[in-house]
Write a protein that binds this ligand. Sequence first.
Ligand SMILES: Nc1ncnc2c1ncn2[C@@H]1O[C@H](COP(=O)(O)OP(=O)(O)O)[C@@H](O)[C@H]1O
Ligand SMILES: [Mg+2]
Length: 228
Amino acid sequence: MPARLIVVTGTGTGIGKTHLAEALVLAWRRRLPRVAGVKPVESGVTDPRESDTERLRRASSFHVKHGDLFFPDPVSPHLAARRAGTLLTVPALVRAVAEARALADGVVAELPGGLFTPLAPDLINADLVQRLEPDSVLLAAPDRLGVLHDVNATVRAASALGLALAGVVLIAPEHPDASTGTNAAELSHFVPIPVLVTVPRAAPADLIPIVDPLLGPRVATPTSAVAP
Ligand SMILES: Nc1ncnc2c1ncn2[C@@H]1O[C@H](COP(=O)(O)OP(=O)(O)O)[C@@H](O)[C@H]1O
Ligand SMILES: [Mg+2]
């Protein structure tokens, strides 16, 4: 059976998607033996040791061979790929996740940029999500001014594509503003999907109990089943 797949996407870049994905991988490792964090394509990679892919690999208990969709220019993946003389395709992007999914028990896939970030001239992250057929799609967003618009717009656009999002994960920003702490409640008035959790500022390992509920209910194993 292929691994369960959780996709971490968001309203933009630099908002804490990798940090959240690392915490999810660490939390899942407490439930499943083989858990892999992957990023199917990454731009802005000048030092592979400092890439998102490497952060996710370090958090993982199961490692797959890296694909080759890494590009040095710190621009949108579609442009970084074009500047490197290549074109991102659905099969290549899906393969990067499918290989991990075929071998692991749980896979967390972080997508680059936001849900509507372009990957190729006729391809955006939302298309890739649909092709990946994940068990759950989490929309990360920063708990700061502007998030009401960004989440509202993203959720409406996803809905227009028939793309189901499990919910919003608000992430505490490095610099709080007057809206920080108010956005979860306000979003509940404007968007039809739940705000699942607000992630505070802390190291990924310290966020395990906070992100654990995002993995869904624990499945009872035969040894934990209560005899009739
Ligand atoms: N909840 C958090 N607590 C502490 N640091 C965080 C948190 N979320 C993000 N960061 C830090 O902020 C920076 C940007 O986050 P990152 O996960 O790389 O964003 P994205 O993947 O969306 O581009 C990173 O240095 C990351 O470790
Ligand atoms: Mg990232």
